[in-house]
Design a protein around this ligand. Structure first.
Ligand code: GCU
Length: 350
């Protein structure tokens, strides 16, 4: 399937988002069920294409629930920002207009400060340390349950790889190359502060707006995993991708509290098995998808991959760890537990 080019689809998606959101709200307000069959429709929104590991994993969840609880529930998955941006979808999940959505950990820090921890640059020493930490409920539970009052809870995490800088014209080989460049970051205070420390000019915006902003030179670059080059077409515009490896920011599946609490014990168990399935399928698909993206970006889009010395980037970002910890002492034990994994898994084994 061809990559979704946001510049072309954006107006259509905005319209679709409005129409669909209105439909969703109307349907839930009127019945909460699907037409004649009286099944409860379970709606999940996300912002990736239907090629993406996230969509593949949610489709596995959809099949799992529909096979086991299909007489009562029908799971529907809405990709490609059809229900709005991630921030819109989190708000729809909060109110129960939809039941689940996938949001980057980055934007969740505006709903609960505890999420700041996974947005810290150079938090994890390796992919292995990252995966072990994210699989440890002692680390994730205090964060995943911290939005109870906001009306939603995180039920699993998804891999979103490593974030790196990529630019239209100027290759980034050290933080000083970022000076004077407008770089799109996710809408999170931690990310904005990270860019300030690195010397670039942070331009926060939603994911769906990045392609057009790059193409029209509103921004000089962005930062993301390799899938953004191919699946979102950013590699058609940006020809330099620098592995400074500044962040491993997970994606998070969040669910509406009222919906989850209304499930019977038996149904909840099946949904929980489904969340585990999402995590497992997405991680398997992720490894394949990133390798394919890197190949395609290099051979078809002619993106040049650079491997700068990470030390100056790490040094510039490090003060952010202490300032975030000082502002929220509750996350210090979690930070320390992550350091234990960093000691056990100091380097990525590919
Ligand atoms: C990744 C991540 C998304 C996020 C996007 C972004 O693609 O998986 O959840 O929205 O980055 O930079 O906004």
């Amino acid at each position: 399937m061809k990559p979704i080019k946001p510049s072309f689809f954006r107006p259509l998606r905005r319209l679709s988002a409005l129409v669909l959101t209105a439909l969703v709200l109307a349907a839930i307000t009127l019945t909460g069920c699907s037409g004649a069959s009286h099944k409860r429709i379970v709606r999940i929104g996300h912002n990736q294409s239907t090629n993406h590991p996230t969509h593949i994993a949610l489709t596995a969840f959809q099949n799992y629930i529909n096979e086991r609880l299909g007489d009562q529930y029908t799971v529907e998955v809405y990709p490609s920002e059809l229900l709005g941006s991630q921030t819109d979808m989190v708000q729809l999940t909060q109110t129960g207009a939809i039941d689940y959505c996938i949001a980057s950990n980055a934007i969740l820090e505006t709903f609960s400060k505890n999420y700041e921890i996974f947005n810290l640059p150079y938090l994890f020493a390796s992919t292995e340390a990252y995966h072990h930490a994210m699989d440890d409920p002692l680390i994730t539970n205090p964060i995943f349950t911290s939005t109870q009052k906001a009306g939603f809870t995180a039920v699993t995490w998804l891999d979103a790889g490593t974030r790196n800088f990529y630019t239209v014209q100027k290759p980034i080989e050290s933080p000083s190359d970022l000076k004077g460049l407008k770089i799109r970051v996710q809408q999170s205070p931690t990310n904005i502060e990270m860019m300030r420390l690195l010397g670039g000019s942070a331009t926060p915006m939603g994911f769906g707006d990045v392609y057009t902003a790059l193409q029209s030179h509103i921004i000089d670059g962005a930062e993301n995993n390799e899938m953004a080059l191919t699946d979102n077409g950013h590699g058609d515009v940006c020809k330099y991708y620098s592995y400074d490896m500044h962040q491993m920011v997970p994606d998070i599946l969040i669910g509406n509290n009222a919906f989850i609490e209304d499930l019977t014990q038996e149904e909840r168990k099946i949904f929980e098995e489904g969340y585990d399935l999402i995590n497992q399928v997405q991680r398997e698909e992720w490894v394949k998808a990133v390798n394919q993206a890197r190949d395609k970006a290099a051979t078809e889009q002619k993106v040049q991959f650079l491997y700068p010395d990470q030390a100056p980037f790490v040094k510039a970002c490090f003060p952010l760890h202490e300032s975030v910890l000082q502002n929220n002492s509750a996350i210090r034990p979690i930070y320390d537990a992550i350091q234990n994994y960093n000691t056990q898994y100091p380097t990525t084994v590919q």
